[in-house]
Each structure stands twice: as C-alpha cells, then as structure tokens.
Design a protein around this ligand. Structure first.
Ligand SMILES: Cc1cc2nc3c(=O)[nH]c(=O)nc-3n(C[C@H](O)[C@H](O)[C@H](O)COP(=O)(O)OP(=O)(O)OC[C@H]3O[C@@H](n4cnc5c(N)ncnc54)[C@H](O)[C@@H]3O)c2cc1C
Length: 306
C-alpha cells in the first residue's frame, strides 16, 4: 500500500492544524493536506481584531495566522501545502492530492467552508466591481455607492467598513431583521451613511465594463427597485467544502458533514472537525477545540484497526 499512514487530514485551517498537532503529539503517523500555499483557511478573511481567542489578542486574522503557522512548524514535513484533495475513496481509505494517492487507516475532513456565491453575481464581474471580499482592496469603492447583500455579521461589518470609504452604502437582505450581533447592529443604526433594506433580494445587475446599477426585488410586496451603484459586495452565507466526499458520508441538506458527539461521520474511520461540521459554531476556538477532541476517537479507531 503506497504511503499508508494512520491519518490523513484534509484542510489546514485552525481545525486541521489543531488535530494534526494533537495527533502528532499522541504519536499517530499523520499527514495534513492543504489546498492553498499557506495554512490558516478563513483567517485571511478576518480584518477585525480577534478578542475571543483565549490564547491571545490578535490585531486581525493574519496575526492569528502567523501564530498558527508558527505552532504548525512542529509538524514539519507532515504538512503538504498546495495539495488540494481532488478525489477520495473513503471506503478504500485513500485520497488523491497533487498527483499523489495517500492511503490511511483514518481520514479527517477539516475542509471548512467558502463564501456562498450567487449565480447572477459572478465574483470579479464588471471589472471587479462585484466582489465577495472587500479586504484585499477596499479603496476600489472610494466615492462610489455600494450595495452590500446580506444581513449577518460579515455583511454588516463590511457595510460599516465601506461607509468610511464609499459615498453611500445600501445593505439589502432577504430577512425582515438583521441577523448580525446586536452591538454591530447598534453601530450600523448610528451610521447615517448606511441605508438598511430588509426583505430585499438581488435580481440582476446592469452595466458594461463597470457596474452601473443593481436591481432588487421585495417579494413580500412585489416591488422592484433599480439602484445606481458602482460596487456590489456579497456576504450571504458559507458553503461547505465537501466536494470530494459527496455521496460517501452523510451530509445535511446544505452539504455540511453530519457527525456524532465524538465527531465520527456515518462511515467508520472517517471523522470531521471545524466549520465543515453540520451545526458547528463558526468560531476559531470551537474549530480548535474540535480538532483536539476528534483525536480521541481517531486514536481509538486506529488502535482497534492495528
Ligand atoms: C470574515 C470572517 C470573520 C470571522 N470572525 C471571527 C471572529 O471574530 N472570531 C472567531 O472566533 N471566528 C471568526 N470567524 C470564523 C472562524 O474564522 C472560523 O470558524 C474558523 O477559522 C474555521 O476554521 P476551519 O479550520 O474549520 O475551516 P477553514 O478556515 O475554512 O479551513 C479549511 C481549510 O481547508 C482547505 N481545504 C478545503 N478543501 C480542501 C481540499 N479539497 N483539499 C485540501 N484542502 C482543502 C482550505 O483551503 C482551508 O485552508 C470569522 C470568519 C470570517 C470568514
């Protein structure tokens, strides 16, 4: 059997790294496969200070990412970056990444999630005026009217960040109320540059090389509204990264992995941790905690199968 390990971990966000450290510490032969060139997953998307991580205060997600990479240094060659898992047979216990097939007694799915996309608004459309992340270049919206779609924490935080750059911000969301944290909502209500549009859906976009208008609909009243806008930022929800595992473990209606209390999936020897888990609390500490917790059931499984 080529490259047979005790455990293959798919995903090098905080959940995967936490599990890898814990499993290496208890002397399991582990390899972690990460699709990107760096560990950290969603941390790169966090632009605000992190005040809810017990191990320290971090000025933003990148600061926490640096700390994570430092800790992961202990793993050495057990981490393979730029190794996206493209195929897997969980029944046979192998995954394929970077042209390599790796076999293991156990597989941990820690592949997290990505921002949910709307088909009518492709990322980067209209010369980059349509975006799913403002972090890399917020100044591109300077002086423009920007429509933000979404009513949760990420969308409302973006609306607040954009308000200081854009000429005005419209926050459109399907729900009748904002679902963001109460303190963020309070800040938003105090900012006169942000107009809240509850109950509105995105219908279509108008423009040529650049975005010129956003068409919104209000299903409850049947109204339609065309808003002149030079930017569109979408932060609705997140989709699980479960592509290679479809049909091989039980997933919920949105595609998140269903697990039991020990983070075992429906297939023996396959485990899941972090944001990819159905019903997970999307927080750094929860993902780190699950990465640690899952090692107990993995160790039990590997020992039984030896
Ligand atoms: C904008 C924003 C703000 C946030 N703010 C906070 C906050 O203030 N406090 C807080 O506690 N939490 C916050 N969070 C949530 C927190 O970042 C996440 O809960 C946590 O990082 C999830 O970690 P994870 O390891 O489960 O998943 P992810 O971070 O999604 O990591 C999954 C990893 O798996 C990799 N991967 C996916 N598919 C494959 C594949 N097929 N092969 C190989 N690798 C793959 C990805 O590249 C990624 O690196 C925020 C999140 C966002 C997006």
């Amino acid at each position: 059997m080529p490259d047979q390990r005790d455990l293959v971990i798919v995903g090098g966000g905080v959940a995967g790294v936490s599990a890898a450290l814990e499993c290496a510490d208890i002397k399991l032969d582990v390899v972690l496969l990460e699709a990107r060139a760096a560990l950290g997953g969603q941390l790169t998307e966090i632009t605000h200070p992190l005040h809810n991580v017990a191990t320290g205060q971090f000025s933003d997600g990148q600061a926490l990412q640096a700390s994570l990479q430092d800790a992961a240094g202990l793993l050495g060659e057990r981490v393979l970056l730029e190794h996206p898992v493209t195929e897997a047979s969980l029944a046979e216990g192998w995954v394929e990444a970077g042209g390599q097939r790796l076999s293991a007694k156990a597989v941990l799915i820690a592949s997290g999630s990505t921002p949910e996309r709307l088909p009518e608004a492709p990322d980067g459309a209209f010369g980059g005026d349509v975006t799913y992340e403002i972090e890399s270049d917020p100044d591109r919206f300077k002086g423009k009217t920007v429509v933000v779609i979404g009513g949760g924490d990420s969308a409302t935080l973006d609306a607040l960040a954009l308000a200081s750059i854009a000429s005005s911000v419209l926050l459109a969301h399907r729900s009748p109320q904002l679902t963001a944290r109460h303190d963020i909502v309070a800040q938003l209500r105090a900012d006169k540059r942000i107009e809240d549009l509850p109950g509105w859906d995105l219908v279509s976009l108008e423009g040529d090389d650049h975005l010129e208008a956003v068409v919104l609909a209000h299903p409850a009243t049947g109204e339609r509204r065309t808003v002149t806008a030079g930017g569109l930022d979408i932060k609705i929800s997140r989709d699980p990264s479960t592509g290679p595992f479809q049909g091989q473990v039980d997933l919920d209606h949105r595609g998140f992995v269903v697990v039991d209390g020990a983070l075992r999936t429906s297939r023996p020897g396959v485990f899941a941790a972090g944001d990819v888990v159905s019903g997970a609390y999307w927080r750094v500490s929860s993902a780190i905690g699950q990465g640690s917790l899952v090692s107990r059931a993995i160790l039990e499984f590997v020992q039984e199968s030896r």
